[in-house]
Design a protein around this ligand. Structure first.
Ligand code: AMP
Length: 296
């Protein structure tokens, strides 16, 4: 695997069909599942590692974002990457960004409503990655379900010939969705963090048992979180998977999304409900502790 810092080098090294996995680094099994899927489907696999200042709302979140490029390079290579594209900020944004990609509507609910300009930052950097790396497919996690809808919409609206693939959420054995930010959770708060997923799974169980009222499913999630009293809940919403609009009926895939703080760390999670198969997708649980906590 080669580590490079410019788009020209990425295009020079890659050949045949190209799979791209955009990340902000501090890799975990969620990222690795995307890299492995890309490896299975493409001749060249590019992993990008860029902590994108444009998508951060709080400067302390940006400055405190975990970084370890040597660790990431070893993990990306072991998972099958051919190229690690790790540009610096001046290469990605040689001048103050003038052009921004706004995805109206899709970016306005849930995370978009709480984090002004966040999704414009995401859509802009992903558009740059598509234009610069020329991938055939790009791999994203359903952990960030609204981001996936934003990226899919952006790629379609701007006619990028890129297939955007969404893959299942990878979870710790207690259900907590993996996130690079999880290492910021204090040890004494760590058990409480699993309450986010427990609340979602309670609603997923009810859905699979036949509950079809969106109000009832939202209430099950909220009531469970309130009973636990360990998550400072920001929102519980049910949204259309396709465009992240708030759902008012259950005809197509929807996701129940929660956001909240546990011991000061903001976490998001979701489960996908498919009314056609009548199944809920809870993602995949690791059997052992993730590499974020020193497991392997
Ligand atoms: P990030 O580095 O957090 O920006 O994430 C890079 C990509 O990995 C995004 O497409 C995320 O949705 C995906 N990802 C993050 N956490 C998980 C997870 N627990 N399971 C699956 N994909 C994930």
């Amino acid at each position: 695997m080669k580590t490079v810092g410019t788009f020209a080098e990425v295009r020079e090294i890659t050949s045949g069909s190209v799979g791209l996995v955009p990340t902000m680094g501090f890799l975990h099994e969620g990222h690795l599942s995307l890299i492995e899927a890309a490896r299975d489907a493409h001749d060249s696999v590019v992993v990008s590692l860029f902590v994108n200042p444009l998508q951060f709302n709080e400067s302390t979140d940006l400055s405190g974002y975990p970084r370890d490029i040597e660790r990431d390079a070893a993990l990306a290579e072991a998972a099958g990457a051919d190229v690690l594209f790790a540009p610096d900020v001046a290469t990605m944004y040689p001048s103050k960004p003038r052009t921004r990609v706004e995805v109206a509507g899709v970016a306005d609910t849930m995370e978009g409503a709480r984090r002004p300009r966040h999704f414009a930052g995401v859509a802009t950097v992903v558009a740059k990655l598509f234009a610069g790396c020329l991938p055939d497919s790009a791999y994203f996690g359903r952990k960030d379900a609204q981001q996936l809808a934003v990226v899919r919409t952006m790629a379609a609206d701007l006619s990028f010939p890129v297939e955007v693939r969404g893959l299942p959420i990878i979870r710790e054995s207690d259900g907590l969705a993996l996130s690079s930010r999880n290492i910021r959770i204090e040890q004494q708060d760590r058990p409480d963090a699993a309450n986010l997923s427990s609340a979602l799974f309670a609603a997923a169980d009810a859905f699979e048992a036949g509950q079809r009222s969106l109000d009832a499913l939202r209430e099950i999630t909220r009531a469970r979180l309130e009973a636990d009293q360990t998550v400072d809940v920001d929102y519980v919403e049910i949204a259309e998977a396709a465009d992240a609009s708030i759902a008012d009926r259950l005809e197509r895939d929807v996701f129940i999304a929660v956001a909240g703080r546990v011991g000061g760390v903001r976490l998001i999670d979701n489960v996908l409900l498919d009314p056609n198969t009548e199944r809920a997708d809870r993602g995949i649980r690791l059997e052992r502790q993730s590499i974020l906590y020193g497991g392997s």
